[in-house]
Design a protein around this ligand. Structure first.
Ligand code: ATP
Ligand code: MG
Length: 306
């Protein structure tokens, strides 16, 4: 066995496991994650963009020393991309070679050879059912809301039994089911049937204290005063009417941008010039420019002092 580590034995242990990888979770998230690991249930994380849903799976993989297998969902995702497909070109080549070698007569053998593991291309869901060094892998099914309902129904089957059936080969069942993390940005609702199988957690924006801790962990180069002001400003701007409020990802980007510019504190000019690191829609940027920046900045500075 390699660097595999055992699962956390308490909520506090889960918190520090995540912390050891620079992930600052609140107690509610640590609790549901601890339970998901304990109860061997998939964990469905829904929430705003850039709030650390995908990161959880990555951090868990690193912290537990388990392989991370990622299925990125998108519209039109099919079984050939998610589970397996046959290496058609390879099969054709084998047939040609068999013909050339004059062994095509041994039809049965050729056929069973063509539909053996040798020509099976394993995609993430199938890979996740196979034994991995270090123990059951982390299976990240990312942005599930982007697939269609037919795929979701299929997924439900795979998750329920931790197995898939390949007609030409038979049923492949995981000896130890993978640790499954599903994420969704809620562009559509995930079906109740799938939700019922999972533990659920809504990943919201962090409060100021936690966002500051995240900033310290992820952007340690930012001066303390600047970090505090950045967090206060972001917390304030999230309360505004915006088309797209900044996530933690944007906070980190903005802090890095400010550090690049050698800023030690926020002022109206530098905020205006760097707003594009925080807001990604021109309408939002326009609405926040000018006197609004000054207003938010005053609020932020006051909060940062407090
Ligand atoms: N609690 C946290 N602790 C440490 N880093 C965090 C935390 N939350 C978010 N981040 C950082 O924010 C960035 C975005 O996180 P992530 O990609 O996981 O967001 P997401 O919720 O999956 O977003 P999306 O819905 O857009 O996919 C990452 O760089 C991650 O490290
Ligand atoms: Mg994500």
């Amino acid at each position: 066995m390699s660097a595999s580590r055992s699962l956390p034995s308490s909520i506090d242990a889960t918190l520090s496991l995540l912390q050891s990888q620079g992930y600052v979770a609140d107690r509610a998230l640590a609790t549901v994650l601890f339970l998901a690991l304990r109860m061997k249930r998939p964990l469905l994380l829904e929430g705003e963009a850039g709030t650390g849903k995908t990161e959880i799976a990555k951090v868990l993989s690193a912290a537990l020393g388990r392989r991370l297998i990622r299925l990125q969902c998108y519209e039109g995702l099919d079984l050939a991309s998610a589970v397996y497909e046959w290496n058609y070109a390879g099969q054709m080549m084998a047939i040609r070679l068999a013909e050339a070698g004059g062994v095509a007569g041994d039809r049965e053998r050729l056929e069973s050879d063509l539909f053996s593991e040798r020509y099976l291309v394993k995609r993430p869901l199938l890979q996740a059912l196979e034994p991995q060094e270090g123990g059951a892998p982390i299976l990240l099914i990312d942005e599930l809301d982007r697939t269609d309902e037919a795929f979701e129904a299929f997924l439900l089957e795979v998750l329920a039994d931790a197995q898939v059936t390949i007609p030409e080969l038979g049923t492949i069942k995981a000896a130890e089911p993978p640790i499954v993390i599903l994420t969704s940005n809620r562009t559509r609702e995930i079906h109740d049937a799938l939700k019922r199988r999972c533990l659920y957690h809504w990943v919201g924006y962090p409060d100021a204290a936690r966002e500051l801790a995240i900033l310290k962990a992820k952007a340690p180069g930012a001066p303390a005063k600047l970090a505090k002001q950045v967090v206060s400003f972001v917390q304030a701007i999230r309360k505004e009417e915006l088309f797209k409020a900044p996530g933690v990802a944007e906070t980190l980007d903005w802090a890095s941008a400010l550090v690049e510019l050698d800023a030690v504190a926020l002022d109206p000019a530098i905020v205006s010039d760097t707003l594009g690191a925080l807001l990604k829609y021109q309408d939002d940027i326009q609405a926040m420019q000018g006197s609004k920046v000054g207003e938010l900045l005053d609020q932020a500075k006051q909060a940062a002092r407090g």
